[in-house]
Ligand binder design. Structure first.
Ligand SMILES: *Cc1c(COP(=O)(O)O)cnc(C)c1O
Length: 218
């Protein structure tokens, strides 16, 4: 198997192994291939290998790169995983099927407005500032319940909760905390885990993992 397809298969095997250990079905976990900074030529082998869920951090980059790829291959789901400014809501709704970075009520308003204008309904993950870090995006834990309620009252579907644990510390306690918050608020989806820690995230209940470098580095 060629490089990218081999790495995709390795990551899928890692997900399946962790899921099985946790007595979960591997089919319940979606792998998002994070393609920020990657050329279309690097992405195509993953599409050829049958992969359909892809993640981008920046709206402009997604708009520049993806329309030709999407036109050639129907069925691809594009996930917006980066911080989003309200003035980019319209373009985000045009290009993304799922948005993982909803962290404030004003952004929800902008997305609902854009969705009505575009006739599209992206599913939303509420991003939680799980390590209480001032420089990071995400809703403070204390405000999570109110934001989840607002999404439930909005026309857009609530996909779940998303978080990025603090760097350089053991991520598992933060994954466990996000899973606990999801249970507390009756939310099913958990977008957590990246190249370095997706196996732990799956053990702790991730339903979606976002993996970039492990799929592309040699
Ligand atoms: C870049 C990025 C990822 C993927 O990170 P890797 O360590 O390359 O797997 C996942 N989630 C978010 C929000 C990212 O920005």
């Amino acid at each position: 198997m060629a490089g990218a397809a081999q790495r995709l298969s390795d990551v899928r095997a890692g997900i399946a192994k962790s899921a099985t250990l946790a007595r979960r079905s591997p089919d319940d976990i979606t792998l998002i291939a994070v393609t920020k900074g990657r050329e279309a030529s690097e992405i195509e082998p993953l599409i050829e290998a049958g992969h359909r869920d892809f993640g981008e951090s920046r709206v402009q980059e997604a708009l520049a790169k993806w329309p030709p790829l999407l036109a050639r291959r129907p069925g691809i789901r594009l996930h917006g995983i980066g911080r989003l400014q309200s003035n980019k809501a319209r373009e985000a709704v045009q290009v993304f099927d799922v948005i993982h970075a909803l962290d404030r009520a004003s952004l929800l308003d902008a997305l609902a407005d854009a969705a009505a204008k575009e006739g599209r309904s992206p599913a939303l993950y509420v991003q939680v500032n799980i390590g209480d870090e001032p420089q990071k995006g995400g809703c403070p834990i204390a405000e999570l319940g109110a934001l989840v309620d607002l999404v439930r009252a909005s026309p857009l579907p609530l996909a779940g909760l998303m978080a990025i644990p603090p760097l350089d510390v053991e991520p598992a306690p933060f994954f466990a905390l996000l899973a606990k918050l999801a249970r507390r608020h009756g939310v099913a989806g958990l977008s957590m885990g990246m190249s370095a820690d997706y196996e732990a995230a799956v053990m702790l209940g991730a339903t979606t993992v976002r993996v970039g470098s492990a799929l592309f580095e040699i």
